[in-house]
Design a binder for this molecule. Structure first.
Ligand SMILES: C[S@@+](CC[C@H](N)C(=O)[O-])C[C@H]1O[C@@H](n2cnc3c(N)ncnc32)[C@H](O)[C@@H]1O
Length: 245
C-alpha cells in the first residue's frame, strides 16, 4: 500500500531497498483504533497531550538537524502524530509503518504525505532526514542494527537519521512504559546503546541529547532544557547521525 503522490524525480528513485527486516506481523494493527487514547492515558503525569510531544519532537528536529528542502521519511510513523506536523510545509514527506491500519489513520491526518506499509516501495537515495520516533524499542534487540543498516540506503548523501527514544534512566519514563498497553514486553535502549547502534549501522558524527525534563506544572522551567542536554534524566533521549557522503 503506497500512494503515488511522490514528487521525487526519477533520478532520485533508485532501486528499492532490500526488505530483509520487513516485520512479518503488524502488531500495531491491534492498537491503531485506540492508539491516541492509550498514549494520552500514559502521558497523564506530564500534564501534556500526544500532540504536545509530537510538536516538541518537531522543534528538536528543526533545532538539531535543521530540516532542509529534501524529502523527510517518518520511519515507523504509526498513526501519523509527527508526520502530520512535518507535512504542513513545502517539503515532501513520506511515512512508513508495517501496520496498515495505523497507516489508514495517518493518511487521513496527513493527506499530503506519501505512505508506505511495505519497505520495498520506499524510495532509496532520496531522504535528507529519516526520523524514528519511539520505534526502536518495538524492534527485537537482535534486529535493531539491521533496521539502521536498511535505512542508510534510503538517505541521500549527507542525509541524517534522528532517533527519539524513551530514556531508560528516567524512573518516571520507565513507570509510564510499564503501564502502557502497547509497550508490553518492550526493552528500552540506553543512550550508549543508541550511540553504538547508529555507529554500527553505518552512520557517522553520532551525537545525542536528553530532552523533555519538566511537566506542564513546571513549564516555566522549560526554557532551561537546552542547558540540561547532557543530564541523563530527561524523559526522552534523541540520537542522530549522518550518512557519509
Ligand atoms: C510507539 S509507536 C510510535 C509511532 C510514531 N512514530 C509516533 O511517534 O507516534 C511505534 C511504531 O513503530 C512501528 N514499528 C514496529 N516495528 C517496526 C519496524 N521493524 N520497522 C518500522 N516500524 C516499526 C509500529 O508499527 C508502531 O507504529
Amino acid at each position: 500500500m503506497s500512494q503515488s503522490r511522490s514528487r521525487l524525480g526519477d533520478d532520485r528513485m533508485m532501486a528499492p531497498v532490500s526488505a530483509s527486516i520487513e516485520p512479518d506481523n503488524a502488531e500495531f494493527d491491534a492498537h491503531a483504533g485506540r492508539y491516541r487514547e492509550m498514549h494520552a492515558a500514559v502521558l497523564g503525569a506530564s500534564g501534556e497531550s500526544p500532540e504536545y510531544f509530537a510538536q516538541y519532537k518537531l522543534s528538536v528536529l528543526r533545532d538539531i538537524v535543521e530540516l532542509d528542502d529534501r524529502p523527510v521519511l517518518d520511519y515507523g510513523c504509526g498513526i501519523g502524530n509527527l508526520t502530520r506536523l512535518l507535512a504542513t510545509g513545502e517539503v515532501e514527506v513520506h511515512g512508513y509503518d508495517p501496520s496498515a491500519k495505523s497507516i489508514l489513520t495517518a493518511r487521513s491526518l496527513a493527506p499530503t504525505a506519501t505512505f508506505h506499509d511495505r519497505l520495498d516501495t520506499v524510495p532509496t537515495g532520496a531522504f535528507g532526514t529519516v526520523v524514528l520516533a519511539n520505534v526502536l524499542h518495538h524492534v527485537e534487540p537482535a534486529e535493531r542494527e539491521q533496521v539502521i543498516r536498511e535505512i542508510v540506503p534510503m538517505l541521500a548523501p549527507g542525509g541524517r537519521v534522528m532517533v527519539f527514544e524513551h530514556n531508560r534512566w528516567n524512573p518516571l519514563t520507565v513507570r509510564a512504559v510499564r503501564r502502557c498497553e502497547f509497550d508490553e514486553g518492550v526493552s528500552l535502549l540506553s543512550e550508549p546503546d543508541l550511540n553504538r547502534l547508529l555507529s554500527a549501522g553505518g552512520l557517522t558524527a553520532v551525537r545525542s541529547r536528553f530532552i523533555v525534563f519538566f511537566p506542564k506544572a513546571l513549564r516555566f522551567l522549560r526554557r532551561l532544557e537546552p542547558r540540561l542536554a547532557r543530564v541523563p534524566l530527561g524523559a526522552q533521549v534523541c540520537v542522530w547521525g549522518v550518512k557519509p557522503s
